[in-house]
Design a protein around this ligand. Sequence first.
Ligand code: ATP
Ligand code: MG
Length: 240
Amino acid sequence: MMYPSQGVAGVDMPVDAGTAVVSAEQITRDFKTGFGSVQVLRGIDLAIMPGEFVALQGRSGSGKSTLLNILVGLDDPTQGSVAILGQSLAGLNETQRAALRRERVGLLFQNAHLIPTLTAQENVEIALRLLGTASKERSARAQEVLERVGLKEKVDHRGLELSGGEQQRVALARALVHRPRFIIADEPTGNLDSLTGRNVITLFQEIVNQTGVGLLVATHDQRIASAAQRIIRIQDGLLV
Ligand SMILES: Nc1ncnc2c1ncn2[C@@H]1O[C@H](COP(=O)(O)OP(=O)(O)OP(=O)(O)O)[C@@H](O)[C@H]1O
Ligand SMILES: [Mg+2]
């Protein structure tokens, strides 16, 4: 898979190996509850560089998903700042954030969230449709990436005709097809059997090595932690 030096949507953002794909400074996040306020994140500093595969660990409820949402601008920190590829999120409105995610970020969750009535190919092409990629290129790139995740024979199967593991691999293909610079994955192997989970982990390693994407994976899966180059742990609202 080639790595573009320019955005697929023509937005000029040159690859800079020295700029973090994501950086966070002194992130806090308070949630209001019926009893007052709880501080889930209490001052997180973090930087992930291109070509880094980082695992985020921590017990259930420690704030992993909360942190990931903030790092991709789906939620705002109570205090502190986040930048994706050097672009501060604080100065961007919702439309601009959505555009940045569409062009630069790949998102993968525990559930694949495919559109069940569309084929694997069509589900993957959605990411490129949003960017206005021409039909021929869309089709070629969706096929290339589906082949990459081992689903060459299943491109015409509808979401509802795929197994859970196959659906998750389609979701991975969809997260990769626009060649993001930063990927976050929240428990991506949580619903997979161990062999399928291992395949996804191997794919993560290959993609990071070959494309220089930065990858942050929140996980309880010890195999992901072992495959990662770096492990960060969240405890009592802080990275330890
Ligand atoms: N919108 C919200 N309002 C109030 N509290 C919230 C909200 N979102 C998350 N929390 C609380 O923040 C804490 C951290 O939740 P989070 O989902 O980030 O944990 P996690 O580390 O991802 O856990 P898991 O491993 O179970 O996925 C939890 O105690 C949760 O109840
Ligand atoms: Mg979570």
